[in-house]
Design a protein around this ligand. Sequence first.
Ligand SMILES: Cc1cc2nc3c(=O)[nH]c(=O)nc-3n(C[C@H](O)[C@H](O)[C@H](O)COP(=O)(O)O)c2cc1C
Length: 346
Amino acid sequence: MSILRQLNVRLPIVQAPMAGTSTPQMAAAVSNAGGLGSIALGAGDASAAQEAIRRVRQLTDKAFNVNLFVHRPAVSEPDVCRNWIDHLRPTFESLDAQPPESLKEIYKTFDGYQDMLDILLANQLPLVSFHFGLPSPEFIAALKSKGTKLFASVTSLEEAKQAEEAGIDCLVAQGYEAGGHRGVFDDKGADDQLSTFALVQLLVAHSSLPVIAAGGIMTGQGIRAVLGLGAIAAQLGTAFVLTSESAADEAYRAAMRSTAARHTVMTAAISGRPARCLANKFTSLPVVGRIPDYPLTYDIGKALNAAAKAKGDGGYGAQWAGQGAPLAREMSCEDLIKTLEREMGA
Ligand SMILES: Cc1cc2nc3c(=O)[nH]c(=O)nc-3n(C[C@H](O)[C@H](O)[C@H](O)COP(=O)(O)O)c2cc1C
């Protein structure tokens, strides 16, 4: 039986976890409509995680995905951080603001985060997924001992092999066209920038694990296409950004609705890790010198967005979106799932 069937998920549609944009309401609505909803816990602490899980469980008794970031802890190089702060200082000053004095590690990696593991274990979750890498064998064994299924984002055959050897149950094949952070395990290493189309075929041919396709999939026809390549499901993120349950702010929504949605760029300048974003004022700033590690860069990236928003300028937000952004639809999650299902059958 396929892993989604084991989780009692009727449709081959996974709503991507989207830190800052997906919500417990979105996850519950998607799972209630027959897909697999997700919550993203990578940008919060253990108590925020407990609250998000409690909220989804209030709204659905169906399975949902709980997603964690497993990045390498940041190495803070004082010179690199100082130069980056100075590089952005004139932009802050143009907004009548000052940059922060120093850069903080605003997100803790899941690996070694015992309080977060304890919350996941206490909640007896059906499914947990990882982005940016894999946690330790001890953390994986602890989750598996509760019967929790494990998914991991991968962008290459090498990462897929590591996931398989670590005991992951299902691969999320993230192509280069995908919105949001690229799931590469080593963000300083070489990246072949494989497309969803190529990566799914490679993983289906060379891995024994089931594959979920992610990146650039916006319609039921797109979902059907990746199922035709051998994927068991499609994971869609950008398609959910404009839904009523999304936490996207007004500037992000306005950009998604406009011709700005036609232009996305992969940049590490907002958070410190490569991520695909709508081209905006932030992405058009020149990159000078070295970018500090993730998530130190994100600390000042968020401060810059806050300074701009205080002046009524939404052009410095992390408006994550994939190459399919112009196809995002404004409707409820339930209607989007019904629409995708209808298009798949058409
Ligand atoms: C706004 C946004 C936020 C994202 N945040 C996360 C996240 O927290 N965790 C994660 O595993 N993937 C995250 N992703 C990536 C998705 O899991 C997925 O790979 C991607 O959305 C697929 O491409 P698409 O956006 O073209 O559908 C995010 C994507 C977007 C668009």
